[in-house]
Design a binder for this molecule. Structure first.
Ligand SMILES: [Zn+2]
Length: 332
């Protein structure tokens, strides 16, 4: 069973108008977006992707206030619940759901979703963590760009007092922390106050991306951040976006070779160990087919990445490392 720890499925469906219940080829025929889509639910099923961390991600440029973000995130949640009711997906809420899913998946290949809030503006106040938990959310990434809670991508800054309260509420409730998008200052403060399960669903090593010279340096993980995640049993999902694999790559240029992903996998493994390396493709998260490495035409090709992983660790990197993490992070 493969695991993809980061897909903005509901955003694609509701904001880009993509019918994700279509086969991928059919969606591509109908799609009118400038980027060529990489993911649909049938494509995940056929690929053998058995678990997806599915986001509630609200674009702050479109929904700038916490109230608007909250309503938009609720619409995304409702879509996931409709998919569950229709049998397209199962939502993992507890450890026992994961155990049961692994058995049922052998028969029906329906992917399971773990719900993840990316950019926490939709959590209007920290006390609202309990509400989202009750509706199945099991991870929160406090930042995307900067939020009321923490500094984030392109917008540095630490954890705010409200962010500290958010993390306390998450820990009390048993919601895991997704460190992706956190600015480094906020990252270290978050690790100091948060004692629960943590990970980075979709982040690559800064050292392979031009280091501090990269204008997007704070989107990527320093070696110290990687090692701290590993020390806390956090899994790191490698992102499959060309700009996050080679800082010199630009849109419109030829797609990068798959070997570039191999370098990132090996680098992360050197910091955290192969048992903490996973995939968080972020397919269709602001980029499409032409912005992903050559050879990755959709979820079915994720298995090709095994070629860059030492043989004993292949099942781990493709899925089992995340499944082990989930078995610890999901509530009993
Ligand atoms: Zn993201």
């Amino acid at each position: 069973m493969m695991v993809d720890a980061h897909l903005d499925l509901a955003y694609n469906a509701l904001e880009l108008g993509r019918d994700l219940t279509l086969p991928l080829a059919e969606l591509r025929r109908r799609d009118t977006c400038s980027e060529v889509p990489l993911v649909t639910l049938p494509a995940l099923r056929e690929a053998g992707v058995g678990v997806v961390f599915a986001t509630l991600w609200v674009d702050p440029r479109r929904y700038p206030t916490p109230e608007e973000a909250h309503r938009a995130a609720l619409r995304q949640l409702e879509l996931y619940l409709r998919w569950e009711e229709a049998g397209w997906v199962r939502i993992l809420r507890r450890r026992a759901d994961l155990v049961e899913h692994r058995v049922r998946w052998q028969q029906d290949r329906a992917p399971a979703l773990v719900l993840l809030i990316e950019g926490a503006e939709c959590v209007r106040v920290p006390e609202e963590v309990a509400f989202w938990w009750g509706h199945g959310v099991r991870l929160i990434a406090p930042a995307w760009n900067r939020t009321r809670y923490a500094g984030g991508t392109r917008e540095p800054g630490g954890l705010t007092p409200l962010g500290q309260e958010l993390l306390w509420a998450m820990q009390a409730q048993g919601v895991a922390l997704d460190c992706s998008h956190l600015d480094e200052a906020a990252f270290w403060q978050a690790l100091a106050v948060f004692g629960g399960a943590l990970c980075a669903t979709h982040s690559n090593p800064r050292a392979l991306l031009g280091g501090e010279a990269n204008p997007l340096a704070n989107r990527h993980l320093s070696d110290a951040m990687l090692r701290a995640l590993g020390a806390r049993e956090g899994v790191v999902g490698v992102v499959l976006y060309n700009l996050f694999l080679d800082p010199a790559w630009r849109r419109g240029q030829p797609r990068l070779p798959l070997a570039v992903v191999g370098r990132h996998l090996a680098y992360v493994a050197a910091q955290v160990g192969w048992e903490r390396v996973g995939l968080g493709s972020d397919f269709d998260g602001g980029f499409g087919l032409h912005e992903a490495p050559l050879g990755l035409e959709g979820p079915a090709d994720l298995g090709k990445l095994a070629g860059w992983v030492p043989e004993p660790h292949r099942p781990g990197v493709l899925g089992e490392n995340w499944l082990g993490w989930l078995a610890r992070a999901l509530p009993a």
